[in-house]
Design a protein around this ligand. Sequence first.
Ligand code: HEM
Length: 157
Amino acid sequence: MADGFLGTPASLMLDVVVCSLVLVVPTLLFSIYLAKFKRNFRLHKKVQLVLGVVLAVVVCLFEVDMRMQGGFDELAKDSAYFGTTLMRNVLYIHLFFSVSTVFIWIATYVTALRSFPNPIAPSAFSPKHKLMARIAVADMVATVVTGLMVYYFGFMS
Ligand code: HEM
């Protein structure tokens, strides 16, 4: 059922997810700016944790909604790209990035929460956190870009 608010055949939760995806990148940039230039690690930690919780809730609601609506194929069946190799490949690449993002983000949270001192400050763990975090950010950006491509090919073409 097309109950979304962006005027496409997508569902409400799909439209919510797409809007969240668009907001993820500026939020991440702001959080990195806080850590790198402002050295405000407490706020960086808060922004990252709020972002993680909001994304987890949105993605869970989205997964439930997707199943209730009959799956991606049902919603995207009127797209000009439906059933094409291009559509399938974009979807699989998006799935690869989105699933790996969940794991690397959880690992980044768990290790940061366990390894940085309280009150939070840079420590011997900093180089490892920066490496993990950069991979996590790159994976998230790839998830956002490919997610928007899935939305475009599935619901806007
Ligand atoms: C997936 C979640 C997270 C991401 C993507 C992330 C991202 C980043 C990035 C990219 C930097 C490096 C900034 C620079 O280049 O200087 C950084 C630094 C830092 N982050 Fe995170 N972060 C995350 C979660 C956390 C959490 C949960 C904490 C606290 C428990 C934390 C604490 C810090 C600290 C203390 C630094 C500064 C390290 C230093 O400059 O020595 N981060 N983070």
